[in-house]
Design a protein around this ligand. Structure first.
Ligand SMILES: [Zn+2]
Ligand SMILES: [Zn+2]
Length: 152
């Protein structure tokens, strides 16, 4: 069974676990988000595919099983899901917004050769000079070569 407490809930589906529709509906209900088939399909894709996809990628994948979805619908779903904190919009390159279903604090590494984005664990970073500030978002972003590309 899924733990309904949100903080624990996140830990329950780390790394690509399948999430059933009932659990998604319950999660949406807690967030006050109407459980439309579109939102469910989009969220399920993001949870099951931790590839930090942009709207184009999400759209091209979800229409395979939901041919009636429009790109605008998919875009709106991503916006709604981000708005209630179920997805985090990630700006890794300046070209496009990608979406992440892992909303816990973690860093992103982008390989400049293959373009893959890797999640990495990041113990909260030490900061100097912004004492007392109200922090709304934290991004940790590294780039370079992944092991596979480095050894080619
Ligand atoms: Zn690479
Ligand atoms: Zn991530």
């Amino acid at each position: 069974m899924y733990n309904l407490n949100c903080n624990h809930y996140k830990l329950d589906y780390v790394s690509g676990d399948k999430l059933n529709t009932e659990a998604i509906k319950e999660l949406f209900r807690q967030k006050g988000l109407k459980a439309t088939p579109q939102r469910i399909a989009v969220y399920k894709f993001l949870v099951e595919n931790r590839i930090h996809p942009d709207v184009e990628t999400v759209y091209s994948q979800v229409i395979k099983s939901n041919p009636s979805f429009s790109k605008t619908t998919v875009y709106n779903c991503l916006k709604d899901l981000s708005g209630c904190g179920l997805l985090i919009p990630v700006m890794i390159d300046n070209e496009k917004i990608r979406y992440d279903a892992d909303t816990s604090f973690h860093g992103h590494f982008k390989c400049e050769k293959c373009g893959s984005i890797f999640d990495f664990k990041c113990v909260d970073t030490k900061t100097v000079g912004i004492e007392g500030f109200e922090i709304k978002q934290k991004d940790v972003y590294y780039s370079g070569l992944c092991n596979h590309c480095k050894n080619k």
